[in-house]
Design a protein around this ligand. Sequence first.
Ligand SMILES: [Zn+2]
Ligand SMILES: [Zn+2]
Length: 149
Amino acid sequence: MSEMITGGCLCGEISFEYTDSPGPAAYCHCTDCRRITGSAFNISVPVSLAFFEIVSGSPKAFTKRADSGHELTRYFCGDCGSPIYVSSPRHPEIVYVKAGAFDDPDLVKPSHQSWTGSVVAWSKIDDDLPGYPKHRPGNRHNWTETWKK
Ligand SMILES: [Zn+2]
Ligand SMILES: [Zn+2]
């Protein structure tokens, strides 16, 4: 009865399908997640491996012992570099899909955050920051002049 959930990488080489309900999404502020995402934190969604399938491409894998002491294997597109999902021998029945890899962002339902002891100050977007619906207008190459004011 579950509908087909799809996702993949930026270049389109890797795509996946998932046919069960996604689990509760989690923010992770650990230093490994910061490094691998190139951003302030990671958001991952646990899914049941039995219903998760890579349907095109074949992700590269990288295994590293995490801050938790457990080995995690991270799967990513070898062409465009997009992280796709993570597996852990601790939970072999589950993989953790990167929230941004899903085609439908609305299915991501955050439930908690981990490793808050490693939070960086810039992980929260200040409500007072100027915002633009699309690109910031004007000459974006002279940011040094406005930044130093
Ligand atoms: Zn790709
Ligand atoms: Zn993490």
